[in-house]
Design a protein around this ligand. Structure first.
Ligand SMILES: NC(=O)c1ccc[n+]([C@@H]2O[C@H](COP(=O)([O-])OP(=O)(O)OC[C@H]3O[C@@H](n4cnc5c(N)ncnc54)[C@H](OP(=O)(O)O)[C@@H]3O)[C@@H](O)[C@H]2O)c1
Length: 296
């Protein structure tokens, strides 16, 4: 059995991955979470050991990774709050994971990044993911960086958001939802991650993995609404006014939706190459993914 240590194990991707590991026979996993209270929400299995980890305590993190062969680093955020900023969640946590993995003798790492990650980006989210990627590239670890788009699956923020919009008689979408995305089924991402864990050739590779169909966000909502039997109307919220509201609201709350998050959401996804084949994944058709999230 291959032994993998997962950070951010209570994330939506983490739970999906653990469910798959619990059902299989070829992996044993450490499910690393920041708080004891979320452990009961994780899949329960003889193949899974859940424990708390801290990204501020490198020696403890090193001890947690000891005896594992691969680290799957999932901890990361798009929406900041008072306690969790891009620097701490996306950059510093990655630096801690790299250091602890090396000290523990774990030489392989899988990291989930985002389509558009760029250490030189003016957008702080894309920049933080790009900085995390750069830390990994410079670490000397054997690594696979998987850049993903909006993820759809149980518990994902993306699925919750599209299901809510599609349930409204009149959905008010940013810029009328006129931006293109390539939503990825979270089951496909989990398969890709586990394929990387099974066998990784030396070196670092950055691979984009996106869904099989590019679609305007407004068309995604209209399609999902039709599947629910909802004859929906799409209305437009001007992006400038949403950004103004977000700037004021996020300043008061110390986080939440910011103008930067609105830019992330409404940027057309540009993908140079879909690496599904290299990652050994047959992509789930979008229609099937939508049926799955409607069932949940
Ligand atoms: N969902 C998407 O559409 C999407 C798209 C592209 C990339 N990704 C990336 O995929 C990964 C998993 O995403 P997800 O949507 O499944 O995540 P999620 O459900 O939002 O969970 C976020 C995880 O990050 C942890 N976290 C938050 N702040 C942290 C901090 N300061 N230090 C360390 N850990 C922290 C959380 O732990 P607590 O519960 O303890 O706060 C939780 O385990 C993330 O790296 C994300 O950036 C996701």
């Amino acid at each position: 059995m291959k032994r993998i240590a997962i950070t951010g194990a209570n994330s939506s991707v983490g739970k999906n991955l653990l469910t798959r590991i619990a059902q299989g026979t070829d992996f044993e996993a450490l499910a690393g979470v920041r708080s004891e209270s979320v452990i009961p929400s994780l899949p329960d299995s003889d193949h899974i050991t859940a424990r708390t980890i801290s990204y501020d305590a490198i020696e403890e993190l090193t001890e947690a990774f000891q005896g594992y062969q691969v680290v799957v680093h999932l901890a990361g955020i798009l929406i900041e709050n008072r306690y969790s900023r891009y620097q701490s969640a996306n950059v510093d946590a990655t630096a801690a994971v790299i250091k602890a993995a090396k000290q523990a003798g774990v030489n392989e790492l899988v990291f989930i990044s985002v389509v558009g990650a760029d250490r030189h980006s003016a957008n702080p989210y894309f920049r933080s993911k790009g900085e995390a990627e750069a830390l990994i590239e410079e670490s000397g670890l054997t690594a696979r960086i998987i850049r993903t788009p909006l993820l759809l699956g149980p518990d994902t923020a993306g699925a919750r958001s599209v299901l809510w919009s599609a349930s409204q008689p009149k959905a008010k979408l940013l810029g009328g939802g006129n931006y293109t995305m390539n939503p990825l089924d979270v089951d496909d991402l989990s398969r890709a991650v586990l394929n990387c864990c099974r066998a990784m050739q030396a070196g670092t590779r950055t691979l984009e993995l996106v869904g099989p169909e590019g679609i305007l966000y407004r068309d995604l909502i209209t399609r999902l609404a039709a599947m629910r039997g909802n004859d929906i109307t799409i209305a437009s919220v001007p992006i400038w006014s949403a950004k103004l509201g977000a700037a004021i609201g996020s300043r008061i709350k110390g986080g939440g939706i910011t103008p930067a998050v609105i830019d992330v959401i409404t940027t057309d996804e540009t993908v140079t190459h879909n690496s599904a084949e290299e990652l050994g994944v047959t992509l789930t058709p979008l229609q099937k993914t939508l049926e799955k999230i409607l069932e949940q």
